[in-house]
Ligand binder design. Structure first.
Ligand SMILES: [Mg+2]
Length: 158
């Protein structure tokens, strides 16, 4: 059977960027500009904590042999080191699962596949041609998205 392609976002899905932002907001040494644009801080993506159950869940999807897994992440254009930081982070926390299977893009709508697991609708996610698995916590509306956590994603896909 042909494996279905699953694209997995990083921030808010695999990596706990929200926790990092909370730390930045409470740090008096960080300038206002970077509090408004935390994704432009050099190195901010380098040492994020993995999100709860992300690793175990990705391994389960991988081992199911039903899915071909890819990263689909947007690296902030004004923060060039974030491109390599994200590549290094993926290897450190997910080993070889995503080796040479990483799309860094602002146009997730151009990716061809069955599923996109993403916590936001930005950068083309809302126009993804397959099924959007709208994941996790929505910081803008302060509500849970349709798939609150990795357990609900596995319920859908396994
Ligand atoms: Mg995200």
């Amino acid at each position: 059977m042909m494996k279905q392609k699953v694209f997995v976002d990083m921030d808010g899905v695999l990596a706990n960027f929200g926790k990092k932002v909370t730390e930045i907001m409470s740090d008096p040494t960080i300038p206002i500009y970077f509090k408004k644009h935390p994704d432009e801080i050099d190195g901010v993506f380098r040492d994020l904590e993995p999100l709860q159950e992300a690793f175990e869940s990705v391994v389960k999807l991988h081992k199911s042999n039903k899915y071909d897994l890819f990263i689909a992440t947007t690296a902030p254009w004004k923060n060039p080191s974030s491109f390599s930081d994200k590549r290094i982070w993926i290897k450190k926390h997910f080993g070889d699962i995503f080796e040479k299977k990483m799309f860094i893009t602002h146009r997730k709508d151009l990716l061809l596949g069955h599923y996109l697991i993403d916590d936001r609708l930005a950068n083309g996610a809302k126009d993804f041609k397959g099924q959007l698995i709208h994941f996790g916590w929505n910081y803008e509306s302060k509500t849970w998205n349709d798939y609150k956590d990795w357990k609900s994603v596995l319920n859908e896909l396994l």
